[in-house]
Design a binder for this molecule. Structure first.
Ligand SMILES: Nc1ncnc2c1ncn2[C@@H]1O[C@H](COP(=O)(O)OP(=O)(O)O)[C@@H](O)[C@H]1O
Ligand SMILES: [Mg+2]
Length: 359
């Protein structure tokens, strides 16, 4: 391994590298042929720009893993780049776990996609995330390769002393999941006579060791029934994905009114994490009119970033993982990464007392 490459990619030296020592021409010229050289070039460029991005490293480092030569040797340089990536992970949030209800009274708008891909993007920046699949259709559980009949989650909700921990599945991509399933359809009938039936998820989540996660995301069904109410009653924030292609504002305004009523009745501390435009087709006529329209109605509550329509996002479920883990270089991965960054800023801004628009 050429010493210069090791030097260029070494995290310890990057900030102090003189420009002339970064991304040497020899490395640039070899970069097409040699994945290790590509790492060095990238590291050099990142240092030149004064920052090293984990994603940038990852996207350059992945070809190394794919290359037989470096997968087998796990060269010291590859290991150093790995260390650099890990060293660049953000500090632990050090804040209390935040519960996020992902809601919309319409199906097919992108709730499950947002839940999984946003959660995945947060895992990629070192956050610890638990997903609760509160949808009897169990799309999130099936997507993540952990289908269930929903009986365990139903029991957690119905039985006050039931420990939720044994039902949590640790998934290979670093997400934790409490799977949902068809038996959740029985929740409504089985709680008909129970007082405070809206708060059963909140009670159940209180039995979890909260310090174990930064975020708990709850995916909800497409109808605004008792399960969605439970998600809102248990949440610190709600997040509303909207399908930009077939957007109609009326139902959204009604949804906001319902959420306001729920907040007043069940959970006065509930805040708006944001309205997120999903599946925006930039090729379509005037896509930004949609953003303007949403901005007009929802103001600061609208995510500044949006998620574009991207076929790779629709392919990800077949690979049982979130978009960035399936195809890191896809548009869908980039969009969810930006949304995750904005999401964290919104939540952090709010938890330090700065204003985030409420519904
Ligand atoms: N950004 C996107 N690009 C392409 N297809 C998408 C995107 N987001 C969602 N979809 C597709 O839209 C459909 C509905 O999304 P889903 O997340 O299941 O909605 P919901 O949970 O609200 O019912 C799915 O088939 C999904 O693959
Ligand atoms: Mg869904």
């Amino acid at each position: 391994m050429p010493e210069m490459l090791a030097f260029a990619a070494s995290p310890a030296f990057l900030p102090s590298l003189p420009k002339s020592a970064i991304a040497p021409r020899a490395a640039r010229e070899r970069s097409h042929a040699d994945p290790v050289a590509r790492i060095a070039v990238f590291a050099g460029n990142a240092a030149k720009a004064g920052k090293i991005s984990v994603d940038g490293f990852a996207s350059v480092w992945e070809p190394c893993l794919a290359s037989k030569q470096h997968r087998s040797t796990r060269s010291p340089l590859t290991l150093r780049v790995l260390e650099a990536m890990e060293a660049r992970l953000p500090e632990p949030r050090g804040l209390a776990v935040q519960n996020i209800a992902v809601v919309n009274s319409k199906g097919g708008v992108g709730k499950t996609t947002t839940t999984i891909c946003l959660a995945g993007a947060l895992v990629d920046i070192g956050r610890r995330v638990l997903l609760v699949d509160l949808d009897p259709q169990a799309s999130a559980s099936v997507w993540l390769g952990a289908p269930s009949d929903g009986s365990e989650l139903l029991e957690i909700l119905l039985e006050r002393d039931r420990d939720p921990i044994p039902t949590i599945r640790r998934l290979p991509m670093g997400l934790d999941l409490i799977p949902g399933g068809l038996l959740l359809t029985q929740f409504e009938a089985q709680t008909a006579q129970r007082p405070a039936r809206d708060s059963l998820l909140r009670q159940a989540l209180k039995r979890l060791p909260a310090e174990r996660w930064d975020y708990i995301f709850v995916d909800t069904p497409g109808s605004f029934g008792i399960l969605a109410l439970n998600a809102l009653a248990a949440a610190d924030y709600f997040l509303i994905p909207v399908e930009a292609a077939t957007l109609s504002i009326e139902p959204l305004v009604t949804l906001f009114q319902t959420i306001e009523e729920t907040r007043d009745a069940l959970n006065p501390a509930l805040k708006c994490a944001g309205v997120l435009a999903c599946r925006l087709k930039l090729g379509a006529r005037n896509p930004f009119q949609i953003m303007d329209l949403l901005q007009e109605h929802f103001g600061d509550c609208l995510f500044r970033h949006y998620v574009r329509h991207n076929v790779n996002v629709a392919e990800a479920p077949a690979h049982n993982t979130y978009i960035a883990a399936y195809m890191r270089t896809s548009i869908g991965a980039a969009d969810h990464r930006r949304v995750a960054e904005e999401f964290e800023m919104r939540v952090a801004a709010d938890s330090t007392g700065r204003k985030v628009a409420n519904a």
